[in-house]
Design a protein around this ligand. Sequence first.
Ligand SMILES: C[S@@+](CC[C@H](N)C(=O)[O-])C[C@H]1O[C@@H](n2cnc3c(N)ncnc32)[C@H](O)[C@@H]1O
Length: 197
Amino acid sequence: MSNEKLIRKFDKQAKVYEARRKKLTERVWREKLISCAKGRVLEVAVGAGANFHYYPKGIELTAVDFSLNKAKTAAADYGIDAEFQLSDVESLSFPDNSFDTIVSTLSFCGYENPGTVLDAFQKWCKHDGQILLMEHGISSNRLIGGMQTLVDPLFKKVVGCHFNREIIQILQSKLQINRIEHYMFGAVHLVWASPNK
Ligand SMILES: C[S@@+](CC[C@H](N)C(=O)[O-])C[C@H]1O[C@@H](n2cnc3c(N)ncnc32)[C@H](O)[C@@H]1O
């Protein structure tokens, strides 16, 4: 799928993400993870700003997405002073060691080359920095995982992202995982990681 088509798809879905943001969907998971953010923070694929409510005071946020329709409203709602960049995460660049915290929630299902994005995270994150992730992938339950694989082509076509990525393997191959929690039959993961350098 071309990037233009993908952006149009996510632009259309922005209303759904905004409604979820207002309902505080996934509140418990987001609160647990995002409350750990500190210092200079990069949030990639920020969507409608679903995490903004949970950031501790005093962080400096850079927020990136290639579809930024609703995130600025969320920042205003929660009094977050963010710098926004309308960009494809896969072609983004920052100087090395720029951030104390890098956040991604529900974005690694979408990238063409997730490993390359993680390589970039390692460079942009300070040596003693942290990478906070809430990602979904193939369930550890074989039956559910099989169903995810079956519907993956349709999911990709309709939603724009993959339903059955081997996300744990992908993350483990690139990052130092310090803590991980699994939910929803092992299909959703909260990850506290460090750059592997
Ligand atoms: C499922 S939503 C998740 C939004 C938000 N992070 C959350 O937790 O609710 C995926 C978001 O990733 C963005 N996205 C997907 N691929 C991207 C890319 N290559 N570059 C920038 N943004 C991307 C979409 O525009 C969309 O806002």
